[in-house]
Design a protein around this ligand. Sequence first.
Ligand SMILES: NC(=O)c1ccc[n+]([C@@H]2O[C@H](COP(=O)([O-])OP(=O)(O)OC[C@H]3O[C@@H](n4cnc5c(N)ncnc54)[C@H](OP(=O)(O)O)[C@@H]3O)[C@@H](O)[C@H]2O)c1
Length: 282
Amino acid sequence: MLSYVLEIGGADIPMKISVLGGGTIGSAIAEALHKNGHEVTVTRRSVEKISQLAKIGIEVTSRNDKAAEDSEIVIIAMKPYDALAVLKDISGATKGKLVISMVAAVKERQIKSLIPEATVVRAMTNVAAKVGGGFTVYCSKNLTEENEKKVVKLLECFGETEKVEEKYMDALTALGGSGPAYIFTIIEAMVYGGLKVGLPRDLALRDSYQTIMGAAKLVAESGDHPSQLKDLVTTPGGVTIDALYELEDSGIRTAFMRAIEAATDKAKIISDALENFDGQQK
Ligand SMILES: NC(=O)c1ccc[n+]([C@@H]2O[C@H](COP(=O)([O-])OP(=O)(O)OC[C@H]3O[C@@H](n4cnc5c(N)ncnc54)[C@H](OP(=O)(O)O)[C@@H]3O)[C@@H](O)[C@H]2O)c1
């Protein structure tokens, strides 16, 4: 297969990328990389389950070692125990390569101990990466300036990206990694609200997601605090305050705070349980 380099924004970006673990996240990011012109290979044991990727020109295989060997950047997107076992197996194939882990709860140090000759980046994205709408945070102790440029350009295929301290990773997993599930719940709830007051289903769905996208865009682009923007919408004695009254009465804010705290705690529990796993037993 042809290997080439693409010049994007002044940084030379290696184009051969393997995504080990073509499940929900692995398939989403593989599609995003493919759409951005990269040459992508995706692995999983049941390759027949990713035939839709093969149809759009992504190479699919069950050989992690070969996929890693043949690529310049390796991304791993498996569940933690699978990822650690696979990394241990393919250690030799990652020598001198950039390895980006999308795996929740596994610390950079632990990944590095299994693939000591690779440059390790720990990242966390979300499923919106599939359509370039993700937010990917990453951390790494040993990135050269050149490698950092490559990492940023690659992660920008998934949407926005930001470097963070590793101590925030569990909380960011709970907030942005799992976040789409919370927003899907809100969209679903808004649609139900629309149905309850007689809106056609399709119209209720479109009105719900467009409203969420528009509100998010306004927060991002205006730089105003959400509470200021909320006040703008809330006319004294108007319609919105009645809805906000019901939402506050249902404890919506504490529900979100508890949800994100619970998910962060869970990520920490998993991380602690993984601490002494050496990639050997399952
Ligand atoms: N889902 C999300 O929204 C999300 C968001 C952020 C981060 N993450 C993180 O991303 C990771 C993957 O999550 P996911 O939701 O995508 O899980 P998933 O859908 O279960 O995908 C994991 C994939 O890994 C493959 N796999 C397991 N062992 C393998 C092996 N030895 N060789 C090759 N492939 C193997 C599995 O396929 P086979 O069984 O066919 O091999 C499976 O398709 C997790 O660490 C998760 O925390 C997920």
